[in-house]
Write a protein that binds this ligand. Sequence first.
Ligand code: SAM
Length: 228
Amino acid sequence: MTNLDLYAKAEHLLGIEEATEALYDLYRSELDSYEVKTLLDVGCGRGGFMRRMMSDGVTCKGVDLSNIMVDECKLQGLDAECIDVSQIDGKYDAIVAIFDVLNFLDKDALLKFLDAIAEKLDDNGVFIADVNTLYGFSDVAEGTMSSENEKEFLNVDAVFENNELHTKFTLFHKDEDERFTKYQDTIIQYFHKIQFFEKVKSLKLVDKQTFSLYDELDKTLLIFKKRA
Ligand SMILES: C[S@@+](CC[C@H](N)C(=O)[O-])C[C@H]1O[C@@H](n2cnc3c(N)ncnc32)[C@H](O)[C@@H]1O
């Protein structure tokens, strides 16, 4: 199991449903100002945003690097694939990367990722993504939490140092025979300055809004157009 698969197995214990819905509202209202017929959701997770946009009549495609996430999308009849964004065919009116997806990539990987996004974007298309602010990493994400239900116990321990958030997930899952299986892995998230995004050659940062998802000014929404 990859670290992203462990995240997928643990996500329902993180208590992020409300924040996720609030983010979806924000993305949807931003997309309202564009004429969107086709949408690509990169890091689509369980496909919640695609379901919303499909109910607005938008054709949606999702990709995610976790097989668990993609399988859940497919079970709901969504068009999703477990492939890298660079492998996707076609062009889209809008591309989104919702809830920290860009923070999962280090600088080199992020540059490649953004170039691939530009390639999949229609000439007049829009790319919207969010990143954590320094405050979001150091004051909101850092720390320890645990959560449990009848079958599962999760501990999350996050340390922010040198612009990297190292989050150790430990999940105990009760099997049919009442024995626990332990899963443990670390996810690294990288802080990126807004200036980094301003310098990207293939995409132009046309707007940015810092907002509060959990706490004061913990996230920034980035809106890009393709550079001519
Ligand atoms: C915090 S979750 C958000 C999921 C979804 N966007 C949502 O809002 O519910 C981040 C997702 O990004 C996926 N992911 C991380 N790096 C990725 C990459 N390079 N390409 C595609 N998906 C990625 C993870 O597997 C995970 O499902």
